[in-house]
Design a protein around this ligand. Sequence first.
Ligand code: CP
Ligand code: NVA
Length: 309
Amino acid sequence: MKHVLNLSDLGPGGLRRVLDHARARKTARRGLPQGAPDSDAPLAGHLLACIFEKPSTRTRLSFDVAMRQLGGEAITLAAGDMQLGRGETLEDTARVLSGFVDAMMIRANRHSDVVALAAAASIPVLNGLTDLSHPCQIVADLLTVEEKLGRNTDGTRWAWVGDGNNVCNSIIEAAGLLGFSLTIAAPAGFEPDAAFVAAAQARGATIAFGTDPDEAVRNADVVVTDTWVSMGDTDNADRRRAFEPYQINPMRMALAKPSAIFLHCLPAHRGEEVTDSVIDGPQSLVWEEAANRVHAQKALLLWALGKLS
Ligand code: CP
Ligand code: NVA
């Protein structure tokens, strides 16, 4: 059973294969309309159930489009419309869905719920964002950076500025698996998950911490940020105050290498964590990053279903 609950489930070799496969499959279908299946339609006849406990634009669409392009179909379910919303257990839901579909993707409030779902499922489960991590997003980020560089991320310096949140945790995992160096600037009290940091460092990753966003961005190859208030966060006013000095604006972006790439998983809160001039500027690859969700998801689905050689 191959679940994708975190990036580390792939291991370094699996992540490399997923990235290479995503790029090759993307190239192979160039010129086809978005809904046309890939020529080999490797998931013909396969069904994916996508369960959402929280809103989504990119994850919802990219998994659905990914399944269509792979020759299969996705069924999207709002958790609140399911018996799950009335107290049917996650474990029972997992057992039932395992009899209906070939794989499940879930966006959940609590990471522990996704772990419980996966433990009871007899089909692969993919994490479409939890409070802890967002692995599918980071595969798209890596794909985007590698496409731009024309090579892998070896020797690159990444800067994360802002909340040490779910997206940050998955970038930490990527740094551990691929070996690029990562500097995180977050206000005190908003640091990333200590276990993710320890695991990446145990793999030999260089991960530096600080509270100074300028220091983090200086000489970076990749600058990444995310919303100051994630879905499920309630302390909005406190957060906005703490994060105000952490905005990515043109002056800060100018501290990075001239060739630096700006990434943001989206949705962006323009004028908060990033200015219009940066997100709409020449260094921003956020639209490519969003579009790459489809290609990332396709490779992850094939990996989870045991179809990547
Ligand atoms: N980046 C991302 O996961 O976007 P959605 O919340 O729209 O799915
Ligand atoms: N950190 C954000 C990511 C949204 C895709 C959130 O969890 O809301």
